[in-house]
Ligand binder design. Structure first.
Ligand code: ATP
Length: 341
């Protein structure tokens, strides 16, 4: 559905050229929710803006729904853009227009007749859950409602692709979740392909099927969310995964335990599906002469499935602890021995 080949974007600034995106290749399948995560300045906004040519690449090809966007004339591009909706962090609504008129705006531009427009706006208002708010102005709406208007407007011309530029970053956690639920709902109902950029792992965890991690203009890691969460390879990815699996209190608790039991080991166990149900800890205590203390445990639900992480302290004689770790490894549970300098 979407492919990016060798994309670069270089901005000329007074301090010299800046390569905001520096050689990105991505393939996104139809119907996928694809998340791109990275810190500020990684190049996410520039990348997503190249998917509808709001920004033209300096090098490389962008193909969306079978069309090579970088090769289209301005006229052809206007048409192709109707297949690509976009929503923004600060909603970008027209403040002097009502909800209905904001949603109708792209239909007016596309030359849709008034009677058809009204019908379509009613459908969209229902789809995004804004019944009864059609005559309100944006200033009378909550942040979540404003983003619902943004989503309805983006979907007005039945696009195949929805681009979300930090769409929930200005919202509180509860509203964020309700907007993310709405995105999943329209992905499933309409088969829409969704590409979102974010700096929050929670957004990736909750709704994405695939994730790409960006750092300094490049994609440093990508894959299905479960795989990337279970076995992050790059340091940047590990940092993002920690946002979810390892809250700050855990790090503090681990440091304290290591100080109290210098002879022991702290290990992080990661289980998926059935593995999570095996009585591993009971077996450890029965079969080895060690003490097992649970530091923190958590089950993380992701869009397709869930996985568990458990931090345990193993205390006992070095040899016995090592034997226990080998035993866990043989159980096909991912084990990482934690050491903090
Ligand atoms: N129009 C521009 N002119 C010059 N430099 C730019 C321009 N747009 C972006 N950049 C630079 O390109 C790099 C990537 O910026 P970009 O906004 O794409 O990153 P980001 O990951 O989306 O971060 P943020 O979330 O802070 O926007 C930054 O160093 C930024 O300063």
């Amino acid at each position: 559905m979407i492919s990016l080949n060798g994309i670069r974007k270089v901005f000329q600034t007074k301090d010299g050229p800046v390569a905001a995106v520096n050689g990105v290749n991505l393939k996104i399948k139809e119907g996928e929710i694809y998340g791109i995560i990275g810190y500020s300045g990684a190049g996410k906004s520039t990348l997503i803006r190249m998917l509808n040519m709001l920004e033209r690449p300096t090098e490389g090809d962008v193909e969306v729904a079978g069309k090579a966007l970088s090769k289209l004339s301005n006229n052809e591009l206007r048409k192709a853009r109707q297949e690509i909706g976009m929503i923004f962090q600060h909603f970008n609504l027209l403040w002097s227009r009502t909800v209905r008129d904001n949603i109708a705006f792209p239909l007016e531009i596309a030359g849709v007749k008034k009677s058809e427009r009204d019908k379509r706006v009613n459908e969209l208002i229902e789809l995004v859950g804004l019944e009864g708010r059609g005559e309100s102005y944006p200033s009378q709406l909550s942040g979540g409602q404003k983003q619902r208007v943004g989503i309805a407007r983006a979907l007005a011309n039945n696009p195949k692709v929805l681009l979300c530029d930090e769409a929930t970053s200005a919202l509180d956690p509860k509203t964020t979740d309700s907007i993310l639920d709405l995105l999943v709902d329209i992905n499933e109902k309409l088969g829409l392909t969704i590409i979102l950029i974010t700096h929050e792992m929670h957004v990736i965890r909750k709704i994405c099927h695939q994730v790409a991690v960006m750092e300094a203009g490049k994609v440093v890691e990508q894959g299905p969310v479960l795989e990337v969460f279970r076995k992050p390879k790059e340091n940047m990815t590990k940092e993002f995964v920690k946002q979810i699996t390892e809250p700050e209190e855990t790090t503090d608790a681990i440091k304290q335990m290591l100080a109290e039991h210098p002879e022991g080991q702290i290990v992080q166990l990661t289980f998926v599906g059935e593995e999570a149900e095996r009585p591993l800890i009971t077996q450890l205590i029965r079969e080895f002469d060690i003490e097992v203390n649970i530091v923190q445990g958590k089950i993380t639900k992701i869009q397709k499935g869930s996985y568990g992480t458990l931090f345990v302290a193993l205390n006992g004689q070095k040899k016995e602890v090592e034997k226990a770790i080998t035993f866990i490894r043989n159980k096909e549970v991912d084990v990482e021995v934690i050491t903090y300098a």
